[in-house]
Design a protein around this ligand. Sequence first.
Ligand SMILES: Cc1cc2nc3c(=O)[nH]c(=O)nc-3n(C[C@H](O)[C@H](O)[C@H](O)COP(=O)(O)O)c2cc1C
Length: 198
Amino acid sequence: MNMNDIVKMMTERRTIRRFRPEQISEKELNAILEAGLHAPNGGGGQSAIIVACQNIELNNELGRISRNVENITGAKMGRVSSEQPSIVDDENIINGFYDAPTVLTIFAQKDNYNQTGDCFVAAENMIIAAWSLGIGSCIVGRSAKTFATERGKEVQAVWGLHDEYEARLHVALGYPEGNTPSYKPRKNGRVIRINPKA
Ligand SMILES: Cc1cc2nc3c(=O)[nH]c(=O)nc-3n(C[C@H](O)[C@H](O)[C@H](O)COP(=O)(O)O)c2cc1C
């Protein structure tokens, strides 16, 4: 079977947590955002809002808040990555966005029925688009808690997003530093096929 290029991208993509400091280009960022904007969306509502922040100081500040809003330990979650440790794996990582130069935050409209789904499919489109351009990404959770802090609320208001919006996830983006993490075998038993005669 020949895998087409998109499937190849999906199977070869890895979460990246080590980024080079230089910023991604405007053209690359725009292509990634276009991919996000064209994601499927519940009821055709296009409800998700993507904030693309390239203010390094602000990204680092929010990344530090994100790191500390929840006490997630390896004991609870197990090891995430030995090659590119996550905050769960390494207590010395102080920035939950791993010093990525661009951080997207995807906000949902709280009263929208499909709010969370819209945000995550947009993120998936963007991380695949990023990978196709040689840009690494890491999805980061805890965003609702990050933006529920006093500083988070302040930043959200400055971004013009009122209470009807709630952050669902972040996508940290940047050029990968070092080797691509190796392939992780897929667990068995995660697909159940019902054949036509069953
Ligand atoms: C919903 C979701 C939340 C995630 N949150 C985090 C996070 O907060 N921090 C982090 O370093 N990685 C996070 N990740 C990335 C996962 O750790 C990563 O996808 C997983 O280890 C599998 O690795 P791979 O993407 O290279 O296949 C998240 C991924 C998803 C889908």
